[in-house]
Design a protein around this ligand. Structure first.
Ligand code: ATR
Length: 273
């Protein structure tokens, strides 16, 4: 049975083993998918040990997506643009890195939530691995101008540079948010709430047309989604759907067939509503 794993820290609450096991049952594909806890210092050795034990595919999540991209021999175009990898496939000599986060987010928003993303004036909050993963796919999906703010402004500048569309992508200071007006799409890609903090966001960012999306789910997503509802946003969407969609994209890369995500999403939603 081929071996797969998710590497993260902490990893105990990861839903990826459950999701991939469900996909495998649905598609009648036998697989062994485990969870590996690895700190930043342990990551390289943990990935090597997994490969040595016959591991053929790995999902990478917090806080290792940028580290994982650096550890790969080859990268897909979208992983290279993101500078972050969430899906690793073992080749003859090393790992090939890809990133399914962006396409997973776009599929969730345009499919499950039936949102038309085209020409949406968009605000991306955060510039770490999660933000890097989704920004190229949002641009490819036809959003309008993309504004990027981050606690550390240099990282917002670096992400904007990496996206190579200076006419369309604009780094801004968090402190200047009040002056930016209303957005049609707001994506929270910070891990701030995991540390019990959320950047202060003016209500003026959201209005009756706004879709607000948090890339995390469960308790961590609550503060941002509560802010979005209070600010009058039309949609307040957590990252559970994206999680299932990026997993399905990874599954398709490894197994050559894309599972139906709806039953798995429904099952997870029921348990974590
Ligand atoms: P991830 O893979 O979740 O993106 P990351 O690469 O560590 O993890 O990035 C975390 C993001 O959340 C960054 O944008 C980070 O801002 P900095 O670049 O300034 O570190 C942001 N973040 C984390 N804690 C935050 C907080 N308390 N307030 C605001 N932003 C925060």
């Amino acid at each position: 049975i081929p071996r797969f794993a998710v590497l993260a820290h902490p990893v105990a609450h990861s839903l990826s083993p459950r999701i991939h096991a469900s996909f495998g049952r649905q598609m009648s594909i036998a697989l062994d998918y485990s969870a590996i806890d690895a700190t930043a210092e342990e990551f390289g050795n943990a990935l090597g040990a997994f490969a040595a034990s016959g591991g053929v595919g790995a999902n990478i999540t917090l806080p290792h997506k940028q580290r994982a991209a650096a550890a790969c021999d080859t990268l897909s175009e979208r992983a290279r643009r993101a500078g972050a990898a969430n899906t690793l496939t073992r080749g003859a000599t090393g790992w090939h890195g890809d990133n399914t986060d962006g396409v997973g987010l776009v599929r969730d928003l345009t499919g499950r939530h039936a949102l038309d993303l085209r020409a949406r004036r968009t605000l991306l909050i955060g510039a770490g691995g999660a933000a890097r993963g989704v920004a190229p796919a949002l641009l490819d999906a036809g959003i309008g101008d993309l504004f990027i703010v981050n606690r550390t402004p240099e990282r917002a500048d670096a992400l904007a540079d990496a996206l190579e569309q200076p006419g369309r992508v604009h780094p801004r200071y968090l402190d200047d948010l009040k002056a930016l007006g209303e957005f049609d799409l707001i994506v929270n890609a910070t891990s701030a709430a995991r540390e019990g903090a959320m950047p202060a966001l003016p209500m003026s960012l959201a209005g009756a047309r706004t879709a607000a999306v948090d890339l995390s789910y469960g308790e961590v997503a609550i503060p941002f989604l509560a802010w979005a509802r209070a600010a009058g946003a039309h949609d307040a969407i957590d990252g559970l759907g994206m999680l299932v969609e990026q997993a399905a994209e990874s599954f398709a890369l490894w197994h050559g067939a894309r599972p139906d995500t709806d039953p798995v999403f429904a099952e997870l939603r029921e348990h974590r509503a």
